[in-house]
Design a protein. Structure first.
Length: 131
């Protein structure tokens, strides 16, 4: 129904939104736009900020397809480089992740503040959703 759409669109709907808007909603400090663009993944906007003692990467997207391609790439490539699994938080139009270790703690904290879902992936790149 309309009420569910309204809540979701305003609670975690950030398609075409700025990463700084998501960071502000998250309660992040010292937001900095990430200027370098990845040749592998497309996104609308991206930056980093401080959430407690963690450096967090905030990414927004222009479409659901763009976001899906980004998260598939992240879940596939991160384990190769990190040599361990990790987690990120995801909602409509946004992804928030620990910029260093992809810790589950940061992902859980982000969903408590923004809504969305914690997605965990193993060292082999298998992704599971945890609410």
């Amino acid at each position: 129904g309309g009420a569910v759409w309204y809540r979701s669109a305003h609670r975690d709907g950030y398609l075409d939104g700025s990463a700084s808007t998501v960071a502000k909603a998250l309660g992040c400090q010292n937001f900095a736009v990430r200027r370098q663009r990845s040749s592998l993944a497309q996104f609308h906007d991206q930056g980093t900020c401080a959430l407690g003692t963690s450096t967090v990467q905030v990414t927004t997207f222009s479409s659901a397809g763009e976001q899906q391609a980004y998260t598939i790439l992240m879940s596939s490539l991160a384990p190769v480089y990190l040599k361990h699994g990790g987690a990120y938080a995801e909602g409509t139009g946004w992804v928030v992740a620990d910029d260093v270790s992809l810790s589950r703690t940061v992902a859980v904290s982000a969903t408590k503040r923004l809504g969305g879902t914690v997605r965990e992936f193993s060292a082999t790149g298998t992704t599971t959703a945890k609410s």
